[in-house]
Design a protein around this ligand. Structure first.
Ligand SMILES: [Zn+2]
Length: 141
């Protein structure tokens, strides 16, 4: 029987920073979540322990659409990070999520030069060694 799990990522494993535990736990089930501030009802990204808008500490995770559009993109041909060299060339993009926050990620499953400003994208997952999954984006179906 073949193992349907793709090979683990060559990437450096992202650290779980303070306040981001809930985000990374959700990725184990490939659920894309965003932090929201209960005091000013704003989405917060990246995950942290206080809201950058009002400094409120009452934050919770909510399911997110995982959909957005490319705000800006560059193609990395010669990564400085040795762990990323086997993946080059690849697209690094700022993605505006439907919920109103902007995240930095990679757009995969297409030629890097096909990633353009305004491209509609949806989240996809790359497995990490410890059971977490790294959210990336791909052209939306
Ligand atoms: Zn707030």
């Amino acid at each position: 029987m073949s193992d349907p799990t793709p090979d683990p990522s060559p990437r450096i494993q992202p650290p779980v920073t303070e306040g981001a535990e809930g985000f990374w736990e959700a990725t184990r089930a490939r659920r894309y979540v965003l932090q929201w501030c209960l005091d000013c009802e704003a989405p917060v990204s990246y995950p942290r322990v206080v809201c950058p808008g009002c400094l409120g500490a009452r934050l919770e995770y909510r399911p997110a659409s995982g959909r957005g559009t490319v705000y800006a993109v560059t193609v990395e041909h010669r990564p400085q990070n040795p762990a990323m060299r086997s993946l080059a060339p690849y697209a690094v993009a700022l993605v505006d999520l439907e919920e109103g926050v902007r995240v930095l990620s990679n757009v995969v499953d297409c030629a890097p030069d096909d990633v353009t400003v305004g491209l509609a994208v949806a989240v996809t997952w790359e497995p990490l060694d410890d059971g977490r999954n790294l959210p990336l984006f791909r052209p939306a179906p």
